[in-house]
Design a protein around this ligand. Structure first.
Ligand code: PEP
Ligand code: MG
Length: 614
């Protein structure tokens, strides 16, 4: 999608902080969603944490104190992580930010704040939240009220008081696990700058108002990245030092294609950035013309290009992109940012509206994939899932594992999907499968729900919609031959498959250099699973981010794949790659790639560096 910059008037720096006033600063990060945005920084403001001001009994002192200690440890971890990331910044930026982080760290060490909060719990018999709130406010007020002799630096004291309040807020946020921030006040054309953005935050963003996003944390294929790409918002994640340097209203350029961020751009930089915005818009226009052309290789092989769907806001994009249906509807959005779990009827209405909007093109609905980084509050409030304290949530009760524990939740969702199947072709997809037994159990439940709906006289498709599975763990990929006998189709999720195969957290910018879907281990698993499906003539697609990269299309076609699902904005480029390909060439190329065991050699084959200019 073309993300144009905001109107010129909003792009120009306000005169009181003109371009010449603050030196230009350049940052680099991970290019996550292409396009260039120019706008004013919007630092989303924290909503006040909802503080439980309850008094406690003496018997609860130990429990409250240990909650406080856990919040301190968590805050320290966050600050140390930020501190570690400073190393990659230029020295002057480090010199600006490091003392502030050190001050925060000192305040949660053996400090007056921590001692005071402990004392308030033990002697004042108040909750940990109340203790932190009251103690940080008392310290901040004391700093402002009493100027030490000779100290007439009121601005400096105000800054110190604000620092105490800020660290208090961090502790409260960690104590209450309260929603992080509100995007309601996001002005049109703003660029969101934040320390980090959770997938649930990204789901709240309005792509029509937002010019771009840049955050300090996050990896290329985490769910936040997936969502921002889906929304077509130019985004750079993993930008060390940015959230401390940028102030609301600062002019900023986010280049989501190159992975660069420029704060306080000079007039020349702004002019260059505007040219990039125009060039990107022209390229999008060119690609738009592909919309009506078929996805057929040069030698006549038909390829299916479908869209992934994370949020209803994407439906117009999906229509514009000329997708042949939805290959992966991630249903998590239905459960996010709400206090209760949606019931069968509410879910049905949503699925039905998507199925109807696709007007006869198939919609593959994946049942809820809770777990890992997809932490959903409503499910916790309803006590359906445990509070995530697990040190390895990605290896825990995720996806289908959770649904098989919470049968009511699973049955409601299956019933809603089956009812939606009365309105157009639907397929049901199970996430995070590792064993044949899980699929069998899920199918039993699925068929039972279908029988119950029929008894109830509900309308649904005459033939039970296909039930397929995600191949996104090495376990599933390597037992694909057995799983193929239990499934109606495979959807290969290369995001998690890469993460679990290489033991690299897909959302962690610290290890993003190790996250490599072209690693031979990952490719061999994709090949094994694909061949298992093709032997049984069973449909198989790729719906992870690999499918969206046109430079990988030839390889995937060569491995035998003919169906891809991706963020809608990626469809035109992948279609172009399909139309430029010949199947024989692709097969030869894939054989050559699969003979390699060195990831670097594969990189060179698949993504050769551009020839030197001139
Ligand atoms: C995947 O893991 O590749 C996938 C498509 O699922 P998700 O990104 O939603 O985990
Ligand atoms: Mg996955």
């Amino acid at each position: 999608m073309n993300r144009t910059s905001p109107p010129e008037a909003e792009v120009e720096p306000p005169p009181e902080r003109g371009v010449a006033e603050r030196p230009e600063r350049r940052f680099t990060g991970i290019a996550v969603s292409p396009g260039v945005a120019i706008g004013a920084v919007f630092g989303a403001v924290e909503p006040p944490a909802i503080v439980n001001r309850a008094r406690i009994h003496a018997a609860d002192i130990a429990a409250e104190t240990s909650r406080l200690e856990a919040a301190i440890a968590q805050s320290r971890k966050q600050l140390l992580k930020l501190r570690a990331r400073l190393a990659v910044l230029p020295e002057d930026s480090q010199a600006e930010i490091a003392p502030l982080l050190d001050a925060y760290l000192a305040m949660i060490g053996p400090s007056r704040l921590v001692r005071g909060a402990r004392r308030r719990i033990a002697e004042g018999l108040v909750s940990a939240e109340t203790a932190v709130l009251d103690e940080s406010e008392a310290i901040a007020e004391a700093i402002m009220a009493v100027a030490p002799p000779g100290d007439d630096d009121r601005a400096g004291r105000r800054r110190r008081a604000d620092e105490v309040r800020e660290i208090g807020r961090r502790l409260l946020r960690n104590l209450t696990r309260s929603p992080f921030r509100s995007f309601a006040a996001l002005p049109a054309g703003a660029v969101l700058v934040a320390e980090f953005l959770r997938p649930a935050d990204a789901a709240l963003l309005d792509p029509a108002r937002l010019a771009g996003v840049a955050t300090e944390e996050g990896g290329a294929d985490g769910h936040t990245a997936v969502m921002l790409r889906a929304l077509g918002v130019p985004t750079v994640l993993g930008v060390a030092g940015l959230s401390e340097a940028a102030r609301p209203g600062d002019i900023i350029v986010v280049d989501g294609t190159a992975g660069s961020v420029i704060l306080h751009p000079t007039a020349a930089t702004l002019a260059h950035a505007r040219k990039l915005v125009t060039a990107f818009a022209r390229e999008q226009q060119r690609l738009g013309k592909l919309r009506r052309l078929p996805a057929v290789t040069e030698d006549g092989e038909q390829v299916e290009l479908q869209a992934n769907f994370e949020l209803p806001a994407e439906l117009p994009l999906i229509a514009q992109a000329g997708a042949a249906g939805i290959g992966l509807l991630r249903s998590e959005f239905l459960f996010m940012n709400r206090e209760t779990v949606p019931d069968e009827d509410a879910q049905y209405e949503t699925y039905r509206s998507v199925v109807e909007a696709m007007a006869g093109d198939p919609v593959t609905i994946r049942v809820l994939d809770w777990g890992g980084e997809k932490d959903i509050e409503a499910l916790q409030t309803a006590n359906l899932v445990p509070v995530v304290t697990d040190p390895n949530p990605a290896l825990g009760l995720r996806g289908l594992r959770m649904l098989l524990r919470q049968e009511d939740l699973f049955e409601d969702q299956l019933a809603a999907i089956l009812r939606a199947s009365a309105h157009g072709p639907v397929r049901v997809l199970l996430p995070m499968v590792t064993t044949v037994a899980e699929v069998r159990e899920a199918r039993e439940i699925y068929e039972r729900v279908a029988r119950r709906l029929r008894r109830r006289g509900e309308r649904m498709a005459e033939k039970l919609p296909p039930l397929g599975i995600m191949i996104e763990t090495p376990g599933a990929a390597l037992s694909a031959d057995a799983l193929a006998l239990e499934s109606d189709f495979f959807a290969i999720g290369t995001n998690d498959l890469t993460m679990y195969t290489l033991a690299v957290d897909r959302a962690d910018s610290e290890v993003s250099h190790l996250y490599d879907p072209l690693h031979p281990a990952v490719l061999r698993l994709v090949q094994f699973a694909t061949e298992a499906a093709l032997r049984l003539r069973m449909p198989v697609s790729v719906c992870g981010e690999m499918a969206a990269n046109p430079r990988l299309t030839k390889l995937l076609l060569g491995l035998g794949l003919r169906s891809f699902s991706m963020n809608a904005a990626a469809i035109p480029r992948v279609k172009q790659a399909v139309r430029d390909a010949k199947i024989d060439d692709c097969a030869r190329f894939a054989r050559k790639v699969m003979e390699q065991s060195d990831p670097a050699a594969i990189q060179l084959l698949v993504m050769p560096p551009p020839p030197p200019a001139g």
